[in-house]
Design a protein around this ligand. Structure first.
Ligand code: HEM
Length: 297
């Protein structure tokens, strides 16, 4: 039988993926893509957004019952409203859940109520708030005082930079075929150059804030592989370095070939899809090890 812990890791995975995508794709379309192309790509992502918002609502709704079952090591507590009320009224887990629920309501409202021309802007702000709610729980909340504030601040910078990189990969995959279109080709080329420029900053910030997270939580390098957390963190770092290598290849080998051979667009699209798959594995790993003890006890 699936344990409450495993069910909760599943919730974290779907929530993190959805929030990273909604923030990163909206921020990119709002800030770095021309209005006409942005509106076109926004509409083409309709199903991705609908699924992401569905995942966020489901993951947030289920997270509280799963936490209740984890805390009392009993699935029966997943339907015990008094136990959940106790969590909500008196624990940091409860406060973090309420932040997450407020963020989920905000993205839902942005999706159904914002005028089309303001959708990307409002979704960026709502999804950004949703992502910052991650810093209210987990290891980011393990320190107090100035160190606690520094840790939470770093975690927020980490997930926003990570989302700016991996969340924008989906609209980029939609924009690539527009390069060969006479009407949108110029805007598409500009949007890709801007992604790659902003991408350098996002990759740099996510790597530095990731290392800072590591030192804040483990106090050093993850070299004790008898501790599952540290082994899984090393796997994550390996995958992120592979993604970085692929991003550099895409940018410096394939992009220069875009104006010449048509095969370069197809190759770049495959490279982007491979990066998306690696990003799914990266978030899967952190959804898992973020629930484990970081050092030997
Ligand atoms: C594509 C790049 C990356 C993405 C998308 C990403 C994403 C994330 C996410 C979503 C979290 C969870 C935040 C939470 O629940 O509070 C996280 C936490 C973390 N990340 Fe990353 N990350 C990336 C790269 C890195 C790198 C390169 C490192 C290390 C050098 C790193 C180290 C960490 C650590 C130590 C945590 C804290 C986990 C915990 O709560 O114990 N990350 N990351």
């Amino acid at each position: 039988m699936i344990t409450p812990e495993t069910a909760y890791i599943g919730c974290r995975f779907f929530f993190d993926i959805a929030a990273l995508y909604l923030w990163g794709s909206s921020a990119y379309l709002w800030l770095l893509v021309s209005a006409s192309l942005s509106g076109n790509i926004w509409t083409r992502q309709y199903w991705f957004q609908a699924i992401a918002i569905g995942c966020t609502i489901a993951a947030t709704t289920l997270a509280l019952p799963f936490r209740s079952a984890i805390l009392s090591e009993d699935w029966a507590r997943a339907s015990d409203f008094n136990a959940m009320l106790d969590i909500l009224s008196g624990t940091t887990i409860g406060t973090a859940w309420m932040c997450q629920a407020a963020g989920t309501a905000a993205i839902f409202l942005a999706y159904i109520a914002a005028p089309l021309r303001l959708r990307a802007a409002t979704m960026t702000i709502a999804a950004g708030f949703l992502l910052t709610s991650l810093a209210a729980s987990g290891h980011a909340a393990m320190n107090t005082g100035w160190l606690g504030a520094l840790h939470r601040g770093n975690d927020i910078v980490h997930v926003l930079a990570g989302g700016a990189w991996v969340g924008a990969l989906i609209p980029v995959a939609f924009i690539l075929p527009r390069l060969s279109d006479r009407r949108t080709g110029r805007d598409a080329a500009k949007a890709l150059v801007r992604f790659s420029t902003a991408g350098h900053v996002a990759v740099g910030v996510v790597l530095i804030s990731g290392v800072a997270n590591m030192f804040l939580i483990i106090g050093g390098l993850p070299l004790d592989w008898s501790v599952e957390y540290q082994f899984l963190l090393c796997l994550k770092i390996l995958l992120v370095l592979s993604m970085t290598g692929l991003a550099i290849f895409n940018r410096y080998v394939l992009v220069p070939k875009l104006s010449g051979r048509h095969g370069a667009v197809a190759a770049l699209r495959i490279g982007t899809v491979v990066e998306i798959v690696l990003a799914l594995a990266v978030v899967g790993l952190v959804a898992w090890f973020g629930t484990l003890e970081p050092v030997a006890v």
